[in-house]
Design a binder for this molecule. Structure first.
Ligand code: CMP
Length: 148
């Protein structure tokens, strides 16, 4: 992915509260291009797999319950320095610590119900993108499907 792409999810609480459009506006206003996007729902098995790195944490079961409670919007985003810039745009995991103007400051409810997910490294961005999208669901800037 060479540092130009990241993966995001708009989480169930933000979808339920009608914030998909507001969040996507913030993303595109910040200069990200949407390479792939879908609204879908995680089952328990897939939520556990996606958050597998946290399976020993005390909040794991609650996180899985929350992430399977309703639909999410998954997307691959493109911009120079995507992972770092997107993490700046979404703000700290704990919304109380998120800076003014960030997505989490505006739309998160709590540490768990923190509105959006953003990949924390290029490697994870690639893994997480592959978890949700095949190559015929990704489009370059000319609108052509990508070859795997
Ligand atoms: P996310 O960026 O999707 O990555 C892991 C998720 O676990 C995180 O956002 C939060 O939703 C959740 N999380 C992380 N730390 C905590 C915590 N201390 N208590 C509850 N949920 C947490």
């Amino acid at each position: 992915m060479s540092g130009n792409r990241t993966f995001t999810m708009i989480k169930p609480v933000a979808v339920k509260n009608g914030h998909i459009g507001h969040i996507l506006n913030k993303i595109t206003d910040a200069g990200f291009r949407i390479v792939a996007m879908k609204m879908t729902k995680l089952c328990v098995t897939r939520a556990k797999a996606f958050y597998g790195v946290h399976n020993d944490k005390p909040f794991f079961e609650d996180l899985v319950k929350f992430m399977t409670s309703g639909p999410i919007v998954a997307a691959i985003l493109e911009k120079e320095n995507a992972v770092e810039d997107y993490r700046k745009l979404i703000g700290a995991t704990n919304p109380e610590k998120a800076e003014e103007g960030t997505i989490r400051k505006e739309f998160a409810i709590s540490m768990q119900e923190n509105a959006v997910h953003g990949s924390d490294s290029d490697e994870n961005a690639e893994m997480e993108s592959n978890f949700f999208f095949s190559f015929d669901e990704r489009y370059n800037q000319d609108g052509f499907e990508e070859l795997g």
